[in-house]
Design a binder for this molecule. Structure first.
Ligand code: TRP
Length: 345
């Protein structure tokens, strides 16, 4: 049977991009129940690799991310939610794995390469950040996870994990398990663009709708979305391509919702009218707003419950971390034995 593990760096509140790109899929996997164990890890130690100068940001976002998980329906009775830094076996395992990875191999990791550019680390890369793929290999393998649901930017991490697994097993004997990534199945959902249509929805670009936004905030954000700059008067012909309102409707709506919140029978019909001219931006934005609210309102309600019962959230994290530690302990014992450092047992 399968062991599923995935996680997020707690560097900000989660948004609609996370919802369609990963959270929805996790809830689906959780409810299908075809696994032995499922873990969702809050990767605070990894978050610190590029936020070492701002520990408060990481600390504050641990609870935000936990609230986001619980409010989208991740169920702690089915899924173990835990905090990475509290599992010291992860640090130990990372140290042993460092022997199996070369500097040049790490330098070739395309995701890390991109991040180094983004963060302007080219001149001096912090070693901790440079090595985070090794630590991520520890995250996955300490729990013997064979299934890792992630975005496609994480594929290089899984590849590197499997290289480590294969080296370890070859040198020290069969101990670790290979992992396979599973990607979001919806093409458009893989990279939900931001409200401005410029890039992926991302906290640092300020173009997000957060799962914790109020109804008013969502309304304002939808009204500010990038549409078609040449669609000035209602009668003007409008472009659907590159128009964020339609891009989001492609991702979040279905014909039933379109019928519920507009006079059209389908999204296709609505698009046709927009292209022909005579359909205003405010009208399409209101349709989108209502459809997003169908998704966001139940999330908001659940969040409110957990915010009012914040002790429960801490208990869930504590309990999950305790369970994770038990599993971690089993694997680290096998690892120490394979490495012949289990001197006193
Ligand atoms: N690198 C992932 C991200 O930035 C977070 C992460 C850390 C992770 N450890 C993991 C994801 C293990 C999957 C499995 O989103």
């Amino acid at each position: 049977m399968d062991i599923i593990l995935t996680g997020d760096r707690p560097t900000g509140k989660l948004h609609l991009g996370h919802y369609v790109g990963s959270l929805k899929q996790r809830v689906k996997l959780q409810n299908e129940g075809n696994f032995d164990k499922m873990y969702v890890m809050i990767a605070d130690a990894q978050g610190l690799t590029d936020n070492f100068d701002n520990p408060k940001k990481i600390k504050d976002n641990i609870i935000e991310v936990a609230l986001d998980y619980l409010s989208v329906g991740i169920d702690p009775s089915k899924v173990t939610i835990f905090i990475q830094s509290q599992i010291s076996e992860l640090t130990e395992l990372t140290f042993y794995y460092m022997n199996l990875v070369t500097v040049s191999r790490l330098s070739r990791n395309p995701t890390v390469k991109n991040e180094i550019k983004q963060k302007e680390y080219e001149k001096s890369i912090p070693v901790g950040f440079f090595c985070y793929p090794i630590s991520q290999a520890a995250d996955i393998t300490l729990f013997k996870a064979n299934i890792v649901p992630v975005g496609d930017d994480q594929l290089p991490m899984i590849e590197q994990t499997n290289e480590i697994v294969n080296s370890f097993n070859r040198i020290y004997g069969d101990t670790l398990v290979n992992a396979k990534a599973i990607l979001p199945n919806n093409e458009q959902a893989k990279r939900l663009p931001g409200l401005d249509g410029k890039a992926k929805m991302s906290k640092s670009l300020g173009n997000c709708i957060y799962l914790s936004d109020t109804s008013d905030e969502v309304y304002k954000k939808v009204m500010s979305m990038y549409t078609d700059p040449n669609h000035i008067k209602v009668e003007d012909k409008g472009s659907v391509k590159g128009n964020m309102v339609f891009t989001y409707l492609d991702v979040f709506s279905n014909d039933e919702l379109i019928r519920k919140y507009s006079k059209y029978n389908s999204l296709e019909e609505m698009k046709k009218h927009y292209k022909k001219g005579g359909l205003g931006d405010v009208v399409i934005k209101k349709v989108l707003y209502n459809i997003l609210e169908e998704i966001l309102e139940p999330i908001r309600e659940k969040r409110k419950y957990y915010e009012d019962n914040i002790d429960k959230v801490y208990d869930i994290l504590k309990d999950g971390t305790r369970k994770a530690r038990e599993e971690a302990n089993k694997t680290i014992k096998e690892v120490r034995k394979a490495l012949m450092i289990d001197y006193f047992s």
